[in-house]
Design a protein around this ligand. Structure first.
Ligand code: HMG
Ligand code: MG
Length: 302
């Protein structure tokens, strides 16, 4: 297996957006700085969405401005419409992510419009970003199941992926928002989407509700996918995906990749320290199996 896998760390955005405990801008910035220090250089740091819809992502402009001083790092922010784009641009964003859905029920709940309407909203955003030299990532949620509409077939995902790719997204990240996928389904989905988007430009964004995320990633790696979204500690969840748990944990992904001989450049000790710090702040122990094992071993040794 080729040794080029890119991790997109989504903990500061997906990881924190659904937490109940208020988290200060300073704490969000410290979390991001700790992740960068651990060797995670592509980090999703916030969202330019309605603060009424997702209060935890308010002040993402301040977060982005505070962290945007690492020449080797890339910071992503979510943008749902032109209003969000204006704010992201003003805050100095260089990479944005638009986010669509493969299911109508989730599209309506999450961004209050149909899939077709969301694409119409993204068109001017992507066109302006192109003109401004800003890279655009495209998310598709509910690629393996929807909390409102139930099962989702690859045939529903492919046209959305195709549209976002044709519009100029440099990467399409496939979100198993409620973590119901299994390796066979993940494999079939990737094969189907790869008919429109080169495998190298497909991201795997798997939540771990049913404990299948690592297995799904392994299947995806076997198919040739090389971009993994994960969150430190296994944080994560979406306010519009009731019952869904966090993203696959970055520690667990790094441990698996290193075990496969794929070098990640991530300093595990520093990553676990970053996770522990944010976990203490939100008052929950990390769900990452690797972080838990390392913490337990450290407690035993001391
Ligand atoms: P809407 O109600 O259709 O929009 O919301 P609107 O244009 O009618 O505006 C309503 C209000 O929102 C107005 O304010 C606007 O100014 C404001 P009011 O007059 O009521 O005070 N507004 C904004 N404020 C700040 N920034 C903006 C913005 N746009 C409008 N950009 C909207 C549409 C998309 C804004 C809303 O539904 C929203 O913010 N939703 C939140 C979506 C979200 O962040 N979801 C979580 C992230 S997606 C996810 O987690 C999945 C992912 O991880 C992949 C996966 O796992 O599948 C990516
Ligand atoms: Mg997500």
């Amino acid at each position: 297996m080729s040794d080029q896998v890119r991790i997109v760390e989504v903990g500061p955005r997906d990881g924190l957006q659904n937490e109940k405990t208020p988290i200060t801008v300073e704490a969000r910035v410290a979390f991001i700085e700790n992740l960068v220090a651990a060797g995670l250089h592509t980090v999703e740091v916030g969202s330019f969405v309605s603060p009424k819809a997702v209060p935890q992502m308010a002040s993402s402009d301040q977060v982005l401005r505070a962290v945007d001083h690492h020449p080797g790092s890339e910071f992503h922010v979510l943008v749902p419409n032109e209003k969000g784009y204006d704010a992201a641009l003003a805050a100095g964003a260089k990479v944005i992510a638009v986010f669509a859905s493969a299911s109508e029920g989730f599209s309506r709940a999450n961004i209050n419009c149909t899939i077709a309407e969301s694409i119409e909203r993204f068109k001017p955003v992507i066109a302006r970003a192109k003109a401004d030299g800003i890279k655009v990532r495209g998310y598709i949620s509910c690629v393996l199941g929807c909390p409102y509409d139930g099962e989702v077939k690859p045939a529903q995902v492919v046209p959305v992926a195709d549209l976002l790719w044709q519009l100029g997204c440099y990467e399409i990240s496939l979100g198993d928002t409620i973590g119901v996928g299994t390796p066979l389904k993940a494999r079939q989905l990737l094969r189907a989407v790869a008919g429109s988007v080169p495998m190298a430009n497909i991201g795997m964004h798997f939540h771990d509700t049913y404990g299948q995320a690592l297995a799904n990633l392994y299947a995806g790696l076997e198919e040739g996918a090389r971009v993994i979204d994960s969150a430190a500690g296994g944080l994560g969840g979406c306010p519009y995906a009731p019952g869904a748990t966090g993203n696959v944990a970055t520690e667990d992904v790094v441990y698996m990749l290193e075990g496969m001989g794929i070098s990640t450049g991530v300093d595990m000790k520093r990553l676990v320290a970053a996770t522990n710090q944010i976990s203490t702040l939100i008052g929950k122990p990390p769900v990452s199996r690797v972080a838990s094992a390392i913490n337990a071993a450290q407690r035993k040794a001391s």
